[in-house]
Design a protein around this ligand. Structure first.
Ligand SMILES: Nc1ncnc2c1ncn2[C@@H]1O[C@H](COP(=O)(O)OP(=O)(O)OP(=O)(O)O)[C@@H](O)[C@H]1O
Length: 239
């Protein structure tokens, strides 16, 4: 679905991504882990076409990113998503979650919308102004928005930051359910305890991609303490 070859990007001549090679296949539930500033969000922003790398190639469903037009196939929950709302007009939650249908001129499947609203427990809030929602409610609204057009890939940049433990549990359970139904998921996370869940692939990024492989193999390597993760010792991963 996504192929990244030799991706290299610098900001002000400071290398942020160096020679990244990565393939995302259908059915992957990939966790991208790594230290603050390691380039995780930058990589995602390249995959979404927001940033252009200085070197390398990105292919989406076999098509070069420069000519790719089917962006509705990718749902995206940005990091600290709530911030964006400060500059938004006072629209309702319903108007907010329907935005992708306007952006991509795609009809909404109303039964799918109903399913998403119920799944994320937003029925009571549907007419509420988006600016009046709590952070956790906003996160769920972003998820509905990201899933509205039935994307094939969902990309989440630290989605559970700020959610209480019970909400996190519920949130990841829902993600697992979507994955079981065929959704491919890319998740940037610092919550390494999550790696015992539905996640089946792991990528460790600190400017370079230090590991990309099966989750099970990663756990074995990590337990033996022989994974060469330069940003911290494996013992410090609390899963
Ligand atoms: N637009 C930009 N201009 C200049 N530098 C940038 C820009 N965006 C990001 N950076 C820098 O690139 C580096 C990588 O940032 P990025 O947000 O990709 O890291 P991250 O791995 O997602 O970190 P975190 O775990 O803290 O979210 C950081 O040093 C950041 O300051």
């Amino acid at each position: 679905m996504i192929q990244v070859e030799n991706l290299t990007l610098s900001f002000n001549e400071k290398p942020i991504l160096e020679e990244i090679n990565l393939t995302i296949n259908q059915g992957d539930f990939l966790a991208i882990i790594g230290p603050n500033g390691g380039g995780k969000s930058t990589l995602i922003r390249c995959l979404l076409g927001f940033l252009q790398p200085q070197r390398g190639k990105i292919t989406l469903w076999g098509e070069p990113i420069s000519t790719f037009k089917h962006w509705y196939k990718i749902g995206y929950l940005p990091q600290r998503a709530g911030k964006e709302l400060l500059s938004l007009n006072p629209i309702t939650l319903k108007e907010f979650v329907l935005l992708p249908s306007k952006w991509y001129k795609k009809p909404v499947d109303t039964s799918h919308l109903k399913f998403l609203i119920e799944t994320f427990g937003l029925e009571e809030l549907i007419s509420k102004k988006i600016s009046h929602l709590s952070f956790g409610q906003l996160q769920r609204a972003y998820l509905v928005r990201a899933l509205l057009l039935k994307p094939e890939i969902l990309i989440l940049d630290e989605p559970s930051v700020g959610l209480d433990f019970v909400s996190q549990e519920a949130f990841y359970q829902i993600l697992s359910d979507f994955h079981k139904r065929g959704l491919t998921i890319i998740l940037i996370t610092h919550e390494t305890w999550l790696l015992t869940r539905e996640i089946n692939k792991v990528a460790c990024l600190n400017h370079r991609l230090y590991y990309h492989g099966e989750h099970e193999e990663f756990c074995v390597l990590a337990e033996k303490g022989i994974t060469d993760l330069p940003y911290h010792r494996v013992e410090h991963l609390h899963w």
